[in-house]
Design a protein around this ligand. Structure first.
Ligand code: GLY
Length: 297
């Protein structure tokens, strides 16, 4: 039986209450547009993987979030980005880590999945792979930032806006992906959860999920795989989201992570232990995306 295409996107777990209202408005608009772009692909018969790439590319190019053009810098003042995605039908995955100078790392991750025998390419190898496949360098992303905190941001100070998306298409195939500039002031070469299948994103025949927050914690607990596998057992991503929140309460401090998920019934979950995690959910038949996760004004 065909499924009703649906997508959920997020702009990162973190703190938005202190953001100026124009920045919040830009984030709301970018989330709605990326959910619309992703759903439109699937309504025209495209796959959930294509929808994920389109939705995340839109957020990367918006410059509003900590990914793509909006990426934060490392302690040397340079942007190094991580991104990855997974096809829930084939269980194929592709990712890039510590990639420099390319506006849409998620599109490079897609090519890693499609054109190489590998799952993750990093650093100079990832950049060379992108350039040899027609991507061009963005001088803005290559330039050194002046305003960098030359200290590692401690876990409790972290305020990130990684982006992610999870979708199901009309063939009931799911996909998920994530993209980020990582943690501001991170050590050069540091890799977070966003390019690692099972941690930053995961998808199978029933559900798909993407995580956001402190990569070091998400990596260790394999958050995205955990919510997807439990959703598969329980038959509901909503229920597994609730159970994950309970589980992480005993493992994580508050203000550390968030995750979005979707299942083939079109149910979604958006859970976080941070102040905010802006998201937009859009399903075929709805008039406009449902936006949530912003702090109350
Ligand atoms: N969740 C993004 C990062 O820690 O890099």
């Amino acid at each position: 039986m065909p499924c009703v295409p649906a997508i959920i996107v997020h702009g990162g777990a973190g703190k938005w209450s202190s953001a100026p209202s124009d920045r919040r408005e830009a984030a709301r608009r970018a989330l709605m547009e990326s959910a619309e772009a992703g759903l439109q692909i699937m309504e025209k018969g495209g796959t959930s993987v294509e929808a994920i790439v389109e939705a995340i590319s839109h957020m990367e190019s918006s410059g509003v979030f900590n990914s793509g053009r909006g990426s934060v810098a490392n302690s040397d003042g340079f942007v190094e980005m991580d991104a990855g995605l997974m096809d829930g039908e084939t269980l194929d995955s592709g990712a890039v880590a510590s990639l420099r100078g390319i506006e849409n790392p998620i599109r490079v991750a897609l090519l890693v999945m499609k054109k190489t025998p590998h799952v993750i390419l990093s650093g100079e190898g990832a950049r060379r792979f992108a350039l040899s496949n027609g991507f061009s360098e963005d001088p803005f992303l290559l330039s050194k930032r002046d305003q960098v905190s030359h200290r590692l941001v401690s876990r409790s100070e972290w305020r990130g806006d990684t982006v992610g998306a999870a979708a199901v298409d009309q063939l009931c195939h799911t996909a998920a992906g994530a993209s980020t500039g990582g943690i501001s002031g991170k050590m050069p070469g540091r890799i977070g959860d966003s390019p690692v299948p099972g941690a930053g994103f995961y998808a199978n025949h029933f559900a798909a999920a993407a995580a956001t927050g402190i990569g070091e914690l998400i990596l260790i607990l394999g958050i995205s795989r955990k919510i997807v596998e439990e959703a598969t057992l329980l038959g509901s991503v909503k229920l597994s989201g609730k159970s994950l929140l309970e589980y992480t309460r005993s493992k994580f401090k508050d203000d550390t992570f968030g995750v979005i998920g979707i299942d083939i019934r079109g149910e979604y979950a958006a859970i976080y232990n941070t102040e905010s995690m802006p998201y937009a959910y859009f399903k075929k038949g709805m008039e406009s995306p449902l936006v949530g996760g912003f702090p109350a004004l």
